[in-house]
Design a protein around this ligand. Structure first.
Ligand code: PLP
Length: 394
């Protein structure tokens, strides 16, 4: 009999929390009103949307009217970058990094095609961008710094606050893709000095296809979806009330348990790394601390990540190698490449991301399986590596 799924891919997505689902269900049923309608059913729906907006604002230290609902992280990122460029056409230089999510990178590329100049910061070997490099790149004509708060492949937390404070002192706008961070670590837009911030519900036990963009009061941004007057005329389209309610419920739940959950997950990650290092040589951690409590990226020397991923999948273990593209195949990671890994090291790396319901017993089973599969895939290959690379380091 096949054992139950061991899911260690929470950075890709999380299951919807039963309490979140319960909060959403009435809005698929009796409370189906269009939140823009001027009658009782509409008022019931807009009240729920407003409550969710308040929950999102509270969770990230924002004002209610600074929150705009979107279809998720991708839309929030695209809108932040291209909407700001449209609203402030005089400045044509942006600063970002080589390790951003494609939702940021593709928007930047679109701006490049329109004559914008982008400085892409390179991370160091630990996966972190150097604030000094960011400051050096700032110019008179710099419009925006867009830097992710935590990387989706390594979990490494970026020095966003240091960089944003410097940017703001020079009148440069700031955007952070906080899709991996919100719900995992405390996030406050004032502390970070963020003018714009992207978040997505399905990364913290909310439903897929809903997120938000925070836009600080006073910042201009061009509307993204044209149509109705929803979201103060900036993002048209009938409100997805059930999903928005789910986002509100999920972010409240995450905020109320964030410290405790973070500690539990950090211990679980540590447990995994310790157990694995005791039993498997020639494994190296890609990226260091500070990092998200639950995400870790490992390089298994002498093994192809796609083979290992498939072997684990056959045993019902879910992990991740790079980012899955639309066809389901795996693209070599641009993040690990930017950190200086060789193509073969990139092709030997896997991400494990734990979740609130994972247990040490599950980690034990995963370690047993990993040891067996890695040893089998390595066969009698000789691994000629410097001795210091033969164990897990951070
Ligand atoms: N940004 C980061 C850092 C992500 O990890 C993701 C999702 O993987 C996204 C943006 C896109 O979010 P969504 O799936 O909600 O469009």
């Amino acid at each position: 009999m096949k054992s139950p799924l061991l899911y260690f891919d929470h950075a890709a997505t999380t299951p919807t929390d039963p309490a979140v689902l319960e909060a959403m269900l009435p809005y698929f049923g009796g409370r189906f009103g269009n939140a823009s309608s001027a009658h009782g059913a509409g008022r019931e729906a807009i009240k729920a949307v407003d409550e969710a907006r308040e929950a999102v604002a509270k969770a990230i230290g924002a004002e209610i009217h600074e929150i705009y609902f979107t279809s998720g992280g991708t839309e929030s990122d695209n809108w932040a970058i291209e909407g700001i460029a449209e609203a402030y056409p005089d400045k044509k230089h942006l600063i970002s990094s080589k390790i951003e999510h494609p939702a940021v990178l593709r928007s930047l590329e679109r701006l490049e095609k329109r004559g914008y100049e982008i400085t892409y910061l390179t991370p160091d070997a630990s996966g972190r961008v150097d604030p000094l490099h960011a400051v050096k790149a700032m110019r008179e004509d710099t419009l925006l710094v867009s830097l992710m708060l935590a990387n989706n492949e390594t979990g490494v937390i970026q020095p966003v606050r240091e960089i944003f404070l410097e940017a703001k002192s020079r009148g440069i706008l700031t955007h952070t893709d906080a899709v991996q961070a919100v719900g995992a670590i405390p996030v406050d837009v004032k502390v970070l000095g963020a003018d714009l911030l992207s978040l997505s519900a399905h990364k913290f036990y909310g439903p897929k296809g809903v997120g938000a963009l925070f836009v600080r009061k006073g910042i201009k941004i061009r509307g993204f979806l044209l149509g109705g007057e929803q979201e103060r005329g900036l993002r048209g389209g009938t409100y997805n009330t059930p999903a928005i309610v789910g986002l509100g419920a999920a972010i409240s739940l995450a905020a109320s348990t964030i410290e405790e959950r973070g500690k539990k997950l950090a211990l679980l990650k540590e447990y995994f790394l310790t157990k694995l290092s005791e039993r498997l040589p020639f494994v190296k951690r890609n990226g260091g601390e500070p990092a998200l409590p639950a995400t870790v990226n490992l390089l298994f020397y002498g093994v192809k990540n796609t083979d290992l991923l498939a072997a684990l999948d056959r045993e019902g273990i879910a992990a991740s190698a790079g980012s899955a593209c639309a066809s389901g195949s795996v693209e070599p990671s641009h993040v690990l490449t930017a950190m200086g890994l060789s193509p073969s090291e990139v092709r030997s790396s896997l991400r494990f991301s734990f979740g609130k319901d994972n247990t040490t017993e599950e980690v034990d089973r995963a370690v047993d399986c990993l040891v067996e599969k890695v040893n089998r895939l390595r066969g009698d290959k000789d691994l000629f590596l410097p001795i210091e690379q033969g164990s897990i380091e951070s």
